[in-house]
Write a protein that binds this ligand. Structure first.
Ligand code: SF4
Ligand code: SF4
Length: 311
């Protein structure tokens, strides 16, 4: 179905669609870069989405995170999802078993898709994760070779995350691209889970302007250019030496969480500015220290989460 058909089925005019996308671009921090012809540019890019060792939280976050305030009204992301052609996604596709695996093989044969990877790939032994009778590592290598670009979403797919210190030795996409000498554009979108704005904003950027500017860990600078600490609303307490030691003391309620294990000073992300859940709140806003979920060293290198590290 072409974009025009999708809009017609949803009873949305093209003009309204462009207005909606413009509003979404503002929410995603992309107003500056989004061209007026985005609606034409976003014509059905194919997407193959692989699941590794993960909790599916990143799929949940991406699919539900930007739902509009009224569930019965279309929002720009609904429409964007309609015009992106999802060729394979184990959680949301209707097909199962051999039919699903055949769809994946066909998509890989055709090539030219955006490969999204959610979850880590076991590096200790291929037998830790088989899907459709094949080790995930082999499926990933086949899919990566024919992809136009690769998006690793979430802490596990980017740098190994929670699975890194487990017996499976989960590793991120870049580890396997290097192991098999596969040279494809890779964008890392870390986080536990990934923020929907990071995902959709990066997809829109890629479709309209190509790969965004990346930092040394292959994260878009647009979203991961500053530390949480530098933008934190509690920073003035840090600067003036007011720290929370007792959760039960109302006077300390909005003091700096440094001594409660906050890793905001080494963590790069725009959480303090864009917040989570459509701007409702964020970790530090609800008195939970930043655990550094967007950093390559998360989780083993930044734990314990609720205590100041000795080093
Ligand atoms: S709460 Fe964390 S991020 Fe905020 S000022 Fe304190 S150490 Fe920095
Ligand atoms: S505030 Fe820290 S722990 Fe919370 S989502 Fe942002 S980067 Fe992750």
């Amino acid at each position: 179905m072409e974009l025009g058909d999708v809009l017609k089925a949803r009873m949305i005019t093209r003009r309204d669609f462009i207005k909606m996308v413009t509003a979404a671009a503002a929410a995603l921090g992309l107003s500056e870069i989004l061209p007026p012809n985005f609606a034409q540019a976003a014509a059905k890019p194919p997407v193959v989405w692989l699941h590794g060792q993960e909790c599916t939280g990143c799929s949940e976050s991406v699919l539900s995170g930007l739902a509009g305030p009224c569930w019965d009204q279309p929002n720009p992301v609904d429409v964007i999802l309609d015009v992106v052609e999802i060729k394979y996604h184990e959680t949301i596709m209707a097909a199962a078993g051999e039919v699903a695996e055949h769809a994946l093989e066909e998509a890989i044969k055709q090539g030219g898709y955006v490969l999204v990877v959610e979850g880590s790939i076991p590096a200790a032994d291929k037998r830790f994760l088989y899907v459709g009778g094949k080790p995930l590592e082999a499926t990933f290598v086949d899919a990566a070779k024919n992809a136009a670009a690769i998006l690793a979403v979430g802490a596990c797919a980017t740098y190994g995350g929670i699975n890194r210190p487990t017996p499976s030795k989960g590793r991120g996409v870049d580890y396997f691209l290097q192991k098999y000498k596969i040279n494809k554009p890779l964008i890392n979108l870390p986080g536990c889970p990934v923020r929907p704005e990071w995902f959709f904003g990066t997809v829109i950027h890629y479709l309209t302007k190509g790969v965004p500017q990346l930092d040394r860990f292959k994260r878009p600078v647009l979203y991961f250019g500053k530390t949480v600490h530098s933008e934190c609303p509690r920073k003035h307490h840090y600067d003036e030496g007011r720290f929370l030691f007792d959760w039960n003391d109302p006077k300390q309620a909005d003091y700096c969480l440094f001594f409660k294990g906050c890793k905001g000073y080494v963590t790069f992300s725009d959480c303090p500015n864009l917040l989570w859940n459509d701007g409702a709140n964020w970790c530090i806003g609800v008195n939970a220290p930043c655990s550094g979920c967007t950093e390559p060293s998360f989780y083993p290198g930044l734990s314990p989460l609720f205590k100041l590290r000795e080093d």
